[in-house]
Design a protein around this ligand. Structure first.
Ligand code: FDA
Ligand code: NAD
Length: 447
């Protein structure tokens, strides 16, 4: 067994939260050798000699967007954290200059919280005083449900940079071919757009009556579905993939749907949800709503162990509720909050409770939307939601108990997006549905 290494602080997971935690540690002050980030993520170099090289924390949202663009696709080091929020890009050299150890291409397979020890797949051990769990999510695979033929070649998922490279290679290899996208959520919508931009013949398949039902109302979804259809994306709703055909090489050739129809396919992209990576800690920390339960400082039920990003179920103060959030803004802010709390505790200084306003966004084709708050209660659509408009701009307010609790805006300017954020935070008393509809963005801009 390799000899053990000790660090005062270990961040387990070198994704978005891992990178933002490192920056906050550096801001608050760490001594060289005190902090390590351990992460399994690596990029495969396909050209001989085949090898994998380590990858420092980067902005994951780029993978489903600019990374797959047909022209000038984004590549590292262009989108290392913290460029996604307008900050300085943390290149691998930044970590060494700060004396922060990046232990990459290293998967932790065992975590023993009582002895404060992590063990890697290669048998190396790492001990710590404070642990920050930032392991994110893994994709749910169709093979998890035993879908027939789901292990065929070119049935692809997207979570890490290696997956994006596989997808990019498949797009190049199957130029002008047929792509089927399984799932109508974030991955489904963003990937259908980027595959279409690459001139593939794209069909989306999902079980619900409209896309992105977690957030979109039927009216919001109708806009995006028409816009996508106008771009040439075919949409099949209310059915699922139940099997796949493959050729003699094992390459996928067709998707069999529950309604009995069959779609030809050269590439299948699957986005049927994520699962928070909490397995290493099962039975060792309290869990809630599928995640690791934390307080408002992201400390878990085990003192000195913190959990941030996708894996944390934390008190959502504004709604007096406990929630888990799988979006990048929270992964950045929760990491910063946890590090402030760790350093505050050491210094004996008070840190304010996390008071998070949910913020999600997406971009595809020429579209760009932002959402703030809670999508509960009655939804009121406003603005120009005609997918044929030269520059559609529309939104929705959600009204609950007479208060405006959520706001969505497609095509907003930075000022307009800031206005809907302010409205959702303030939870202002709402006007009547007719007045809200007529006032549209004016209602938010008045605040
Ligand atoms: P994240 O997944 O970023 O990082 C976890 C890291 O831990 C990974 O590097 C993983 O390899 C490592 N790890 C896990 N287990 C390990 C182990 N046992 N040992 C070692 N390392 C381990 N959100 C949004 O608001 N807008 C957007 O546009 C997008 N776009 C988007 C695109 C794509 C393709 C994905 C997959 C996700 C998004 N998201 C998003 C969601 C957002 O990226 C996500 O919520 C954050 O990346 C979560 O940050 P974390 O640090 O929690 O996990
Ligand atoms: P999702 O939860 O957004 O969507 C899953 C979709 O899968 C559902 O809407 C449904 O249409 C579909 N589905 C479920 N079971 C199915 C089945 N058996 N057959 C066909 N379809 C089925 O999850 P995702 O799109 O896979 O995204 C994965 C993760 O990445 C999430 O955490 C998400 O938040 C994150 N992500 C976020 C963004 C963003 O915020 N812009 C972008 C990409 C990814």
């Amino acid at each position: 067994m390799a000899s053990g290494k000790h660090f005062k602080y270990i961040v387990l997971g070198g994704g978005v939260s891992g990178g933002y935690a490192a920056r906050e540690f550096a801001k608050q002050g760490v001594q060289p050798g005190e902090l390590a980030i351990i992460s399994k993520e690596a990029v495969r170099i396909i050209l001989p000699p085949a090898r994998r090289h380590a990858v420092a924390p980067y902005e994951r949202p780029a993978l489903s967007k600019a990374y797959l663009f047909p022209q000038s696709p984004a590549r590292l080091p262009g989108f290392h954290v913290c460029v996604g929020s307008g900050g300085e890009r943390l290149l691998p050299e930044w970590y060494s200059e700060k004396g922060i150890e990046l232990i990459l291409s290293t998967e932790i397979v065992k975590a023993d919280l009582p002895s404060k020890t992590l063990t890697s797949a290669a048998g190396a051990t790492f001990t710590y005083e404070i642990l920050l769990i930032a392991t994110g999510s893994s994709v749910i695979k169709l093979s998890d449900f035993g879908t027939q033929g789901a292990d065929s070649n070119n049935i692809l998922y997207l979570r890490e940079i290696d997956d994006a490279d596989n997808l990019y290679a498949a797009i190049q290899a199957k130029k002008g071919g047929k792509a089927v996208v399984v799932g109508g959520g974030y991955i489904g919508l963003e990937l259908s757009a980027v595959l279409k931009m690459n001139d593939l013949d794209v069909t989306m398949v999902f079980p619900e009556p409209w896309c992105m039902p977690r957030l979109f109302t039927a009216e919001i979804a109708a806009f995006y579905e028409s816009y996508y259809t106008n771009k040439g994306v075919k949409i099949l709703k209310g059915t699922i993939a139940v099997g796949f055909d493959a050729d003699a090489n094992g390459d996928v050739t067709a998707v069999k749907l529950k309604d009995g129809s069959v779609l030809e396919a050269d590439i299948v992209v699957v986005g049927v949800g994520g699962r928070p990576l909490t397995t290493l800690f099962k039975g060792q920390v309290a869990e809630e709503k599928g995640g690791i339960k934390t307080d408002a400082f992201f400390e878990t039920s085990v003192p000195g162990v913190y959990a941030v990003g996708d894996v944390a179920t934390f008190p959502m103060k504004i709604y007096n509720d406990e929630r888990r959030v799988e979006h990048v803004d929270h992964s950045r802010k929760s990491a910063e909050q946890a590090v402030k709390a760790i350093k505050g505790k050491e210094a004996g200084s008070a840190v304010e409770e996390y008071d998070y306003l949910p913020y999600f966004y997406s971009r595809s084709f020429d579209l760009s939307w932002q959402f703030y708050g809670d999508n509960v209660g009655d939804a009121i659509l406003f603005g120009d939601a005609d997918p044929g408009s030269a520059k559609p701009k529309f939104g929705s307010y959600w009204v609950k108990d007479g208060k405006c609790v959520g706001a969505f805006l497609e095509g907003g300017s930075p000022d307009e997006n800031a206005a809907i954020a302010k409205l959702a935070r303030a939870q202002l008393p709402a006007a009547s549905p007719d007045e809200l509809k007529a006032a549209g963005l004016q209602f938010a801009s008045k605040i």
